[in-house]
Design a protein around this ligand. Sequence first.
Ligand SMILES: NC(=O)c1ccc[n+]([C@@H]2O[C@H](COP(=O)([O-])OP(=O)(O)OC[C@H]3O[C@@H](n4cnc5c(N)ncnc54)[C@H](O)[C@@H]3O)[C@@H](O)[C@H]2O)c1
Ligand SMILES: [Zn+2]
Length: 723
Amino acid sequence: MKIKSWLFPLTLLAGVILHSTFAKVELPGAGFSTFGSGAVRAEVVQILEEGEVNMGGHTQKYQAARVKILEGQYQGVPMEIDYGKRQVRSDDYDLTVGDKVMVSISKTPENVVNAYFVDYVRSTPMLWLAVVFALAIILISRWKGVGALLSMAFSLYVIVAYIIPQILIGEDPLRVSIIGSAVLLGVTLYLTYGWTLKTHAAVISMVVVLMLTGALSAFFVVFAKLNGTGDESVMFLVQLTETPINMRGLLLGGMLIGALGVLDDLVTTQASAVFELHHANPNLGFRALYNSAMRIGQDHVAATVNTLVLAYAGASLPMLLLFSLARGDYGSLINYALVAEEIVRIVAPTPDDPLITLVMPDKPNGCLVAIAPGIIEIAAEAILHHIQPTRIAILTHTNLRRYAEPLHSAFTQRGVPAHLMTLPSGEQMKSLRVAERLYAQLLEAGCDRGSLLVIVGGGVLGDLGGFVAATYMRGILYVQVPTTLLAQVDSSVGGKVGVDLPQGKNLVGTFHQPVMTLIDPETLDTLPLRHWRNGFAEMLKYGAALQIGLWRRLQMIVEAKLISPRRVHREAALWTLPIARCIALKAQIASEDERDLSGRRAVLNFGHTVGHAIEAALGYRDWLHGEAIAAGMVAEAEIGRILGITLPEVADELRETIAQAGLPTQLPAGVDADTLLAHMRHDKKRAGDALSIVLLEAIGNARLVPNIPTEAIREALTRCATS
Ligand SMILES: NC(=O)c1ccc[n+]([C@@H]2O[C@H](COP(=O)([O-])OP(=O)(O)OC[C@H]3O[C@@H](n4cnc5c(N)ncnc54)[C@H](O)[C@@H]3O)[C@@H](O)[C@H]2O)c1
Ligand SMILES: [Zn+2]
């Protein structure tokens, strides 16, 4: 395709404008010496001596040579250098007469001038390489090649003239990288592919993906607690520059720019594919076009992942070597932020170094969620570090005193009056009557508006206690210390609190975010197996509906029989990360849609439309919530299968994993399709008329589908009835 003739002047103009904006930057701390700044070029004129020396146990060749200095203060002066006598040679290229080398020259206090070999001058061969490279490109791609070369030069220009100086003067690296990348990719795409509809499409998708990448990396950098100081050269930078540079931003910026190359490739070839498909068959409808393009895209993404891994392994070969050298002592290596950053891996947290997630980080009522085995032992300290309450009331169950009592004494020891309130277990505690009793106890204990409620228990106490905290004296602060798996992955985050009425569950309530949620997987040690499975069902829901990576991890847990119909492995180390993943997903969604208004939270309800109907049909007896939604997920996947939204193999995979975990995959005996449909309709009366249900498009990808035909639901439920 011919490049439009006006594109060059336009780019030139853009370049001039950009240059005048970028070039004004005055770099700070200019004048400090960095690598190579003190070296000068010299030419080898004579080899004086050659031989072998013993360097730290191995022999290497050395040479001494006379050189002529080509520039600087000593220009024209002949000097002697040696190569390999005092330094380890990393290669075995010999110096020959005529070679250009870099030497550094120093003067001792006695005014003796010495020259040292630094490196070969590679500019000439590199230049030749560049010329050959450019010629090859132009030969193969003609005009497109010229455009590509120009855009390569432009990329370098943007990075060197804009991104780097702006970061060095202390601008936010993430912002600078985003702006730089957008300008860079925009211009280079147009230069390379011309001013066509296809390029517009590519540019638009690129900007969207760029923003997404930014958001995702930001999330994971915070989630993995990467602070950008794991890289040696970054630490070097900190010491050299006077302006404070936002290290986390720098890390993010680097990730973004790193993603650019891949993006460019993916986006343009994908756009190309769509246009070619359309060209080959202009009658192809939107849906068919989209589906074909998606299939190409899937292969493309898969191939790209491979490319990335290879490129990455190539770039970090020294790091991989370091790993192999550590043989058996990976643990200590993993502790270095350096390595953590390299492989973006979350290390198993300790109580003083927990995994942290924030709910609504930008709002005053945001909540800090910390997850670590053993964190309950330092809970009092952590809480009082954040909040200075007048008094503390702790709400727990009688059977959980072992967790609540140490907390009670820790508060008292730290001089804060604390009061322990215990209730028996059971859903029936979630009532206005019990809430009223708790208000009375709080009053009696002298709790005022500055007091804090700490809840140590499962979802029942979380909902009840949260409701009491939301309403007592128009609302006091509260902290969740969830002790069931269900509460740790779900109910302790999000701020939905409430009680039941005799007419139904959760009919009275509000939103009240805890100030902190402290999750200690070690407290699950005493949790009965059935309640483990109960929470595990919600975990499977997160994976199936939102994140394939989590789903695969949970599948591995099931396949390794770490949770099975008869037992569960309770090692906290095994569960910490999956719990953290679930909570991060919940936190993210709750942050986006605190009051459950935008429908964003709806995807969390996968399995719940049918699940709630099962619970209601059983009168909230016999089956636990997680068991009902396990069967609910299977039934809803079946609805998706009937409607052609869920692939049969996806529905089967879901059922299989749920069954292996010991959770029900069929409706309870004696509950028929029509009873469930009636309950579903009754449930929906609150939201509107037609039934909308969250259906799986793929593992990790669920969507709220409106107006589901009743027939499809009835058919699916009938298929799921107990055989
Ligand atoms: N607010 C929300 O967003 C939300 C979300 C999901 C569920 N919920 C609510 O959560 C409630 C269910 O919560 P749940 O499943 O945690 O039930 P639960 O709170 O009743 O706890 C289950 C049982 O486990 C016991 N237990 C708790 N921790 C233990 C431990 N560490 N060791 C031994 N035993 C322990 C309890 O005494 C109880 O008998 C329901 O009322 C539901 O409506 C709320
Ligand atoms: Zn649920």
